[in-house]
Design a protein around this ligand. Structure first.
Ligand code: NAP
Length: 290
């Protein structure tokens, strides 16, 4: 079994980006600038956004954090987004999801300037992905593609099962794995909560990509011997043996699944760090696209 270490690959990607930033600095060119909008004080969202800001520091990007109150109106949030769209110093930005219930997430996503859409959630970015045109790929699927490439995991002609059909992970992942490219050229099954015989569907996968948001949902009996398993899920579960009182787990029961796998990504240290690295790559792309 080979561990697919997103931590290792993301460090390599960040080193490469840092070198490019150094070159830009040496040429007197503009330093890439990533902004993040966060609404409210949700603990997990704060952690993710802080990690993104830290990653900007690590590669030499400028970063701006726009912290807004939980009860901001949709109208005012859209005004903040308009400011980011027209700020020529900001190359790309993300709006951290989820947003409070009184705000229409789709409306917000669509108000981001597609040229600054480094999360890759705008319909223009998703359309370009579908047509295999250059553009921003959604950060998490993009990170998974880069991990598969780094470990030379064979994909052509394989049966890839994606568990979960969210707009930000599962659906784009299924499109990328079906592309006429490497990684890609898979026969793809996109499974979700209405899928029948999910256990058997999962067990038929050569490559199983799990993004359903249920802690340790995938067990050994759902995985084929020699499969590649990529675990997107991330959950804090109570663990009194830990000083913090919790530990992080994915959507896959790692200990029992790992021995059956050719390749498996762990949680933490798998997909998570790659999502951030992809965000940085997209920001560099936004700078070059100018
Ligand atoms: P989501 O929007 O909640 O979507 C979950 C998907 O799983 C839905 O398509 C749902 O089906 C399906 N599903 C739920 N329960 C199921 C079941 N029992 N059987 C079969 N399918 C089921 O989740 P998401 O945003 O894609 O995120 C998934 C996980 O990845 C979460 O743990 C999230 O925290 C994590 N995540 C991690 C990163 C990272 O960087 N590491 C990034 C994004 C997300 P329906 O469509 O039928 O409801």
């Amino acid at each position: 079994m080979q561990l697919v270490s997103g931590k290792e690959v993301s460090n390599k990607v960040k080193d490469e980006i840092a070198l490019e930033v150094q070159k830009l600095k040496n040429n007197g060119s503009k330093i890439p600038h990533l902004a993040a909008v966060i609404v409210g004080k949700d603990g997990a969202s704060q952690t993710y956004v802080n990690a993104k800001v830290k990653a900007c520091d690590r590669v030499g990007f400028n970063s701006t954090l726009v912290q807004l109150d939980e009860d901001i109106t949709e109208e005012l949030l859209l005004l903040e987004i308009e400011k980011l769209n027209s700020n020529i110093d900001i190359d790309g930005y993300i709006v951290q999801l989820p947003l409070p219930n009184h705000i229409n997430e789709q409306k917000v996503t669509e108000s981001v300037d597609p040229k600054k859409d480094v999360d890759g959630f705008h319909p223009v970015s998703l359309g370009k992905m579908l047509l295999h045109l250059p553009g921003f790929l959604p950060a998490t699927p993009y990170g998974i593609i880069e991990m598969i490439k780094h470990y030379n995991i064979p994909t052509e002609g394989k049966h890839c099962v994606v568990l979960g059909r969210s707009h930000i992970v599962g659906s784009p992942m299924s499109v990328l794995m079906a592309r006429k490219d490497y990684p890609g050229n898979c026969t793809v099954t996109l499974a979700h909560s209405r899928t029948q015989n999910l256990d058997q569907v999962a067990a038929s996968a050569d490559i199983l990509i799990v993004a359903i948001g249920k802690p340790e949902f995938v067990t050994a009996d759902m995985v084929k011997e020699g499969a590649t398993v990529i675990d997107v899920g991330i959950h804090r579960i109570e663990d009194v043996s830990k000083k913090s009182g919790f530990r992080l787990v994915g959507d896959v029961k790692f200990d029992e699944v790992a021995p059956k796998c050719a390749f498996i990504s762990p949680v933490p240290g798998g997909v998570g760090p790659m999502t951030i690295a992809s965000l940085l790559k997209n920001t560099l792309l936004a700078v070059k696209g100018k």
